[in-house]
Write a protein that binds this ligand. Structure first.
Ligand code: NAG
Ligand code: NAG
Length: 347
């Protein structure tokens, strides 16, 4: 019995490696950005659903060259996103993003990509604020693309002492994660949040309460809790599980060889080449470590490095008030994340 389980998990790991590298040996996540006049894949004026915070053109961003870049893996071409094909292949399916505003960013990109492929198709939008859930359904195809807002993935509970972030519990948050066809998880950006906008007062681990912790260590414990839930509850023949990777920010020009710059304002073109001078964030190392310890296959949308090259892709001052070098303009970089999701789903 033990060796059978061992055999099964070896097969799962092998499948994961094949998936990550593509059947043809091409690493989709290693490459560079090339100019392509046929981009962007949709026009912001034809997708009325884009939140103000991502709608850079509408907010007056004067340059538009940043819209015209296509991701080119070094060893192959990434098949173009085909919205009609996506809807047909996923007929009757429920696809859910779970995470923070970077999930919102990718979810909205996918809705724009699909809507622009079938602009006359019927759709409904159902909001369930009590569940922090929004469901966008393309009725003619029966495809639902859902967003579940959940910034830490683990439980955040109000108790007598205050708001407690329970690093080893997903009892509450996981309630909506069953019976879906595709799940795309993400968490990271809120783990470094401190001060008045930190939405909890204490950490809890193993029945112990802590006022504060090393945030990367807390992130790892929470990811392991999530991973245990996936390994215990997901049937890979019914549900494909993705992790949206670590979406990077651009607040320090030293990282892209422009020391002195404190944000991404005025960046109009991507970095050349296929490596980011500032290196990769430690959170990605933690995430990869957790994923490699899992027994069920989880496909990592490894978007960190390709997005790091896009210092030009953020709203900067053309989002909400203030300087935003964390989220991404739409159309823009998350369209490529969805192109990668699409290619992973069809293989
Ligand atoms: C979007 O559509 C409008 C109206 O058709 C057009 O003026 C504009 O140039 C388009 N923008 C892009 C980026 O294609
Ligand atoms: C930017 O990064 C460099 C190198 O890591 C560091 O020395 C510098 O303090 C950083 N600047 C800011 C404003 O954080």
């Amino acid at each position: 019995m033990g060796s059978w389980i061992h055999y099964c998990s070896s097969v799962a790991v092998l499948l994961l490696i094949l998936l990550l590298h593509g059947a043809n040996g091409c690493d989709y996540f290693k490459g560079s950005w090339v100019f392509d006049p046929s981009y962007p894949l949709y026009n912001s004026s034809s997708c009325s659903f884009i939140e103000k915070e991502f709608n850079c053109q509408n907010n007056g961003r004067p340059d538009s060259l940043y819209l015209k870049y296509r991701w080119k893996p070094s060893d192959c071409d990434l098949p173009r996103f085909d919205g009609l094909d996506f809807l047909r292949r996923n007929r009757g399916k429920r696809i859910m993003f779970v995470g923070d505003s970077l999930s919102l960013n990718q979810w909205k990109s996918l809705i724009c990509l699909l809507h622009s492929a079938v602009p006359h198709a019927k759709f409904t939008i159902v909001n369930q604020p009590e569940n922090h859930l929004t469901i966008f359904t393309f009725q003619d195809y029966g495809v639902s693309v859902m967003l579940s807002r959940n910034v830490y993935l683990v439980d955040l509970v109000s108790e007598k002492i205050g708001r407690v972030l329970k690093l080893d519990s997903v009892k509450e948050t996981s309630k909506g994660w069953n019976n879906l066809d595709v799940l795309i998880f993400n968490t990271w950006h809120w783990w470094n949040r401190r001060g008045p906008t930190q939405p909890f007062d204490y950490f809890e681990v193993g029945n112990k309460i802590y006022k504060d912790m090393d945030r990367l260590a807390a992130f790892q414990i929470a990811l392991n809790t999530w991973a245990t839930w996936v390994d215990t509850n997901i049937d890979p023949t019914k549900t494909r599980v993705f992790f949206q990777g670590i979406s990077p920010s651009h607040y320090n020009g030293t990282d892209w060889n422009e020391p002195g710059l404190k944000n991404c304002q005025g960046q109009k073109i991507p970095l050349n080449g296929n490596t980011y001078p500032g290196g990769l964030p430690p959170a990605l190392t933690v995430l990869k470590r957790v994923l490699s310890s899992m027994s069920k296959p989880v496909y990592l949308l490894d978007v960190t490095e390709l997005s790091l090259l896009r210092k030009d892709g953020h709203p900067s001052s053309y989002g909400l008030a203030g300087m935003d070098c964390s989220h991404w303009c739409l159309p823009g970089v998350p369209d490529t994340w969805n192109q990668l999701l699409y290619n992973a789903l069809i293989h």
